[in-house]
Design a protein around this ligand. Structure first.
Ligand code: PEP
Ligand code: MG
Length: 569
């Protein structure tokens, strides 16, 4: 088999090599006509059939493996029979004859789908008419296997490959993965993933980095080039993806993988060390959290707190909103796990690429400029109140700070704060314990907020700069739009100036200033961010130790001089 190599957007670092598992609608095969009409390529039809059989066989192998552990060997044996059926040489020969128009009584060529379904029908009817009950039962197995193959030949049929059914080590191949699908990926089985769409600052990419799953996104048509069961190798640092890689490529990537693992192991010696520059400037290094399942990695990478808990993932991938009790339990779990270290929990930030269908938000022309985050919460006080009550109830279990996303003007901040106070008064009157002082901060992710940071700073306890959005709004580049991604520039002078203005306003008002966008964990910007005076950097936990090491090599004095020059030109 020849190796095919394609390039996409490197979204999450690391190397992964494994078998492909194609999710969602099967777009791997063009829809065949039911009957032959017009020019016909029998060879191509036969190739479709063999691909479909290969993909079905791989799925059956996965089901077999899972059933061995869940049902035991005796019950799992049924799938061994399915494996024999899917590769049955007689079925294959008869189908081939029909495709090539050589079958007895044949009317001419047949598509792979038509030919295979006729052959499968023939086998089913034959088994069903047998006297022996055991043989009659085999008809069910043929139906089961053949419908699996036929689904692979029908792009309009929903492919049953779903995230939940992943049971062995695979590389997920999908047109797109929603952030909630990504959040539920099983790290034990998903070695990596590749998608047609998406870019580095999509929430899918952000979560992949948090989960430490190598990923390449924005490959355009990878789902059309790969079928389930193909070998895939990906390099999440370069964006290169190999389909059916040669032994030589596999060896090279394995070498790279071993090198990365060695580097990672060496970083472990930074656990427990302070996060300071070599001239003594302390910068708090905290983690971004998607779900409570990320906590083990946060603790392993020695985060000095949580700088951003994206609570919207609690609301996604389900049919109704989480109750106050459910939210309270999640927040309490995180606060307790962090044992008194600061935990910044951000209130619901839905909208943009984070869709929550049951909230029935009207379809918008420009969702990133629409009813997002705090705008939605203030318009839906019943929902917001539930979250605020859950947060305040959890506050007595750790060091909670509440953060409001997408603030664009002072009025939104004062309204949100009033609602927090209202929820507090209500809880206190109910006799519920609430921490006496909870810091309330805001995200600076809209240029207007950065421009009035001096005003906003007088009304909150901290800022956290959300560069993922700040860059898209400053440069007017949709963070999801791959065709203009080269204009999405964290190093843009305009972005640097807004960051510097925000930091200056915070200093003058005596409040702290953090950054929790992806820029915070990007090595090339560390000197600027430290130099401009940020007190805290919150990032994917996988970047924490590397940043601590890099910080120890920096001089704050030199960084400050560098940052001050960097906002002037
Ligand atoms: C940001 O915009 O930088 C941010 C951290 O928030 P999100 O990526 O969730 O929009
Ligand atoms: Mg944001």
């Amino acid at each position: 088999m020849t190796t095919l190599s394609v390039f996409g957007k490197p979204a999450s670092p690391g190397v992964a090599i494994g078998r492909a598992y194609v999710l969602g609608l099967s777009t791997t095969l063009p829809e065949p006509p039911e009957e032959f009409s017009g020019p016909f390529n029998a060879e191509a039809e036969f190739e479709k059939l063999t691909q479909a059989i290969r993909a079905a066989k791989f799925e059956i192998e996965l089901v077999h493996k899972k059933s061995l552990s869940t049902l035991g060997a005796e019950k799992a044996a049924i799938f061994e029979a399915h494996l024999m059926i899917v590769e049955d040489p007689e079925m294959l020969d008869l189908t081939r004859d029909r495709i090539f128009g050589k079958a007895e009584g044949s009317q001419g060529f047949e598509t792979a789908r038509l030919a295979y379904s006729k052959v499968a029908d023939f086998f089913v009817t034959t088994f069903e008419s047998m006297k022996n009950e055991y043989m009659r039962e085999r008809a069910h197995d043929v139906k089961d296997v053949s419908s699996r193959v036929l689904r692979k030949l029908d792009p309009n049929a929903a492919n049953e490959s779903s995230i939940e059914s992943i049971v062995s080590d695979v590389i997920v191949v999908a047109h797109d993965l929603t952030p909630s699908e990504t959040a539920t990926l099983d790290r034990n089985h998903v070695l990596g993933f590749v998608t047609n769409v998406g870019g580095k600052t999509s929430h899918t990419a952000i979560l992949a980095r948090t989960l430490e799953i190598p990923a390449v996104l924005g490959l355009d048509s990878i789902t059309q080039k790969v079928v389930t069961g193909d070998w895939i190798a990906l390099n999440g640092d370069t964006g290169e993806v190999f389909i059916n890689p040669s032994q030589e490529i596999i060896s090279q990537l394995n070498e790279k993988k071993a090198k990365l693992e060695k580097e990672k192991a060496e970083l472990a010696r930074w656990v427990g060390k302070p996060s300071v520059t070599r001239d003594g400037r302390k910068v708090l290094l905290t983690a971004n959290l998607g779900t409570v399942d990320d906590l083990p990695l946060v603790l392993k990478n020695d985060a000095e707190g949580i700088g951003l808990f994206r609570t919207e993932f609690l609301f996604m991938g389900r049919n109704s909103a989480p109750s106050e009790e459910e939210q309270f339990r999640s927040y309490k779990t995180v606060l307790e796990a962090m044992k008194g270290k600061p935990v910044v929990i951000r209130t619901l930030d839905i909208g943009g690429d984070k869709e929550v269908p049951y909230l029935n938000i009207k379809k918008e022309e420009n969702p990133f400029l629409g009813l997002r985050a705090i705008r939605y919460c203030l318009r839906t006080p019943e929902l917001f109140k539930i979250q605020l009550r859950a947060l305040l109830r959890a506050s007595s279990f750790g060091n909670l700070e509440i953060m409001i996303p997408m603030i664009s003007c002072l009025q939104e901040l004062t309204q949100a704060k009033a609602m927090i106070e209202e929820a507090r008064a209500q809880l206190v009157s109910e006799g519920v314990k609430v921490a006496s002082h909870i810091k309330v901060g805001i995200m600076i992710e809209i240029p207007a907020a950065a421009l009035i940071a001096d005003v906003l700073a007088k009304h909150c306890d901290f800022f956290s700069i959300g560069t993922n959005d700040l860059i898209q709004y400053t440069c007017a580049v949709d963070r999801m739009n791959q065709s203009i991604h080269q204009l999405y520039d964290p190093g843009h002078l305009g972005v640097r100036r807004l960051i510097a203005m925000t930091a200056k306003a915070a200093k003058e008002a005596g409040i702290s200033v953090a950054m929790c966008g992806e820029m915070a964990g990007t090595a090339e910007f560390l000197s600027f961010l430290v130099g401009v005076g940020l007190d805290e950097l919150s990032m994917s936990s996988s970047s924490l130790l590397r940043t601590r090491k890099q910080l120890a090599e920096l001089s704050f004095k030199d960084s400050a001089a560098f940052a001050s020059a960097a906002v002037n030109s």
